[in-house]
Ligand binder design. Structure first.
Ligand SMILES: *Cc1c(COP(=O)(O)O)cnc(C)c1O
Length: 222
């Protein structure tokens, strides 16, 4: 790894690109950069924490449980986002460890999370994941089911911050980002968790409040 390839040295460039994209909007808004550290060891994450970066994303509860308790003890201001699919039987563990959960996508999970939050008296911020391309193999609730799922989540007292999506691969992402923004507007939620390494500037221009960037920061995953 050359110095230029180190995550802590790529961070400023990515933040600048986010700022530039945000400033192209009529009313610029703050954007949270979630550094997606899945598969990367604590030794790769630590320099970013030391540089003052606070928000990180993991996609598996078990992996986060291994890596994060020690990092958090050293950096208590770190915020951890769960961005991968969550099984209901892991809801208790997820609520204990994460500050935000971006993959709320079905009624049974809403119920499990609400129960876990009540028991732990801890309420991580939630995003409802929408299967924005209505792809059969993808996670996320169907766009048609979103109003009912949001109503259920609100009734269960989940702190809903917004919507999340992963657009279909290999096609232009912009129309899907615009659609998620419209759904959020129609449903009266503010947050938009969208945009990854290949398309985070497009997402910010479409109104993303949270971008999830892995390989552009940490390099390719094994
Ligand atoms: C891995 C992952 C990312 C980051 O992907 P990159 O292309 O490496 O930036 C973002 N969101 C989710 C849900 C992921 O699983």
């Amino acid at each position: 790894m050359t110095p230029d390839d180190r995550p802590e040295n790529r961070l400023a460039d990515i933040c600048n690109r986010i700022d530039r994209a945000a400033n192209l909007r009529r009313s610029p808004h703050p954007v949270t950069l979630i550094a997606v550290s899945k598969t990367h060891p604590a030794t790769a994450i630590e320099p970013l924490l030391a540089a003052g970066h606070s928000d990180f994303g993991e996609n598996r509860v078990a992996e986060a449980q291994e890596k994060w308790p020690a990092l958090r003890a050293a950096y208590p201001d770190a915020k951890l986002h769960l961005i991968g699919q969550l099984q209901s039987n892991k809801a208790v563990d997820a609520v204990a460890l994460f500050d935000a959960i971006h993959s709320v996508d079905r009624a049974s999970l809403v119920t499990a999370l609400a129960k876990a939050m009540d028991a732990a008296d801890r309420r991580p911020t939630c995003f409802v994941q929408v299967n924005i391309g209505d792809e059969p193999q993808k996670g996320g609730c169907a766009t048609a089911d979103l109003p009912a799922l949001l109503a259920h989540a609100r009734a269960a007292d989940l702190p809903i911050a917004g919507l999340m999506c992963i657009p279909p691969a290999d096609v232009e992402a912009a129309p899907y980002f615009a659609l998620l923004a419209k759904l959020a507007h129609d449903e009266g939620v503010e947050g938009l968790s969208m945009g990854m390494s290949e398309d985070f500037e497009t997402a910010v221009m479409a109104g993303a409040t949270h971008v999830r960037v892995g390989s552009a920061l940490f390099g390719a995953r094994a």
